[in-house]
Design a protein. Structure first.
Length: 180
């Protein structure tokens, strides 16, 4: 008669973070921690193919961090290893850094105090990922200023205001302007 003995089955670790990884913005500090399961924690992570932006690194604990220098999409191969040296299979991930979003015009055209003012700043938005939306984030004084989502500023000159624009990836740039 045969006797069967079974050993506990060991399952290797795997990275559970989704691909694509959370996007970052060129020139803005980035931080993302990889997650794993299976095997025996703690885990170590390694970049085994592709490359990260020159301003970004992967720590053995799975922290991808730094300030990206370039706007780019990287396809990277990552591998997880558990405390017993059991390696997971290579997994491919996409990590995208979108261009910084900014307003190119620093000075608005001159306006006259007490005369209604309208200026479209949509053409001054650059970088990021269109479509852009604009909003008024603060105003001082008693005058009423509005900024449409399309980037049209309306108001009566004499008060300071700040405008923010947001791209499709929720990157934000804020500039201060004054109309006098």
């Amino acid at each position: 008669m045969y006797q069967f003995r079974s050993k506990p089955m060991m399952f290797g670790p795997s990275i559970t973070s989704p691909s694509p990884l959370t996007s970052g913005v060129q020139g803005v500090p980035y931080s993302f921690t990889l997650n794993g399961c299976g095997g025996q924690p703690p885990y170590t992570y390694a970049l085994i193919s592709g490359s990260l932006d020159s301003g970004v690194t992967l720590s053995p604990s799975g922290l991808i961090s730094g300030t990206p220098v370039n706007a780019e999409a990287d396809v990277i191969g990552l591998q997880i290893t558990d405390v017993n040296g059991l390696k997971g299979i290579k997994q491919l991930f996409v990590l995208t850094f979108v261009p910084s979003l900014f307003l190119t015009g620093e000075t608005l055209p001159t306006a006259t105090i007490g005369v209604p003012y309208t200026q479209n700043i949509a053409g001054q938005a650059s970088g990021g990922t269109p479509p852009y939306t604009f909003s008024l984030i603060s105003a001082t004084g008693t005058d009423t200023w509005t900024v449409s989502a399309a980037g049209v500023i309306n108001g009566t000159p004499g008060s300071a205001f700040r405008v923010t624009n947001t791209g499709a990836f929720r990157t934000t740039n804020t500039g201060a302007s004054r109309v006098t």
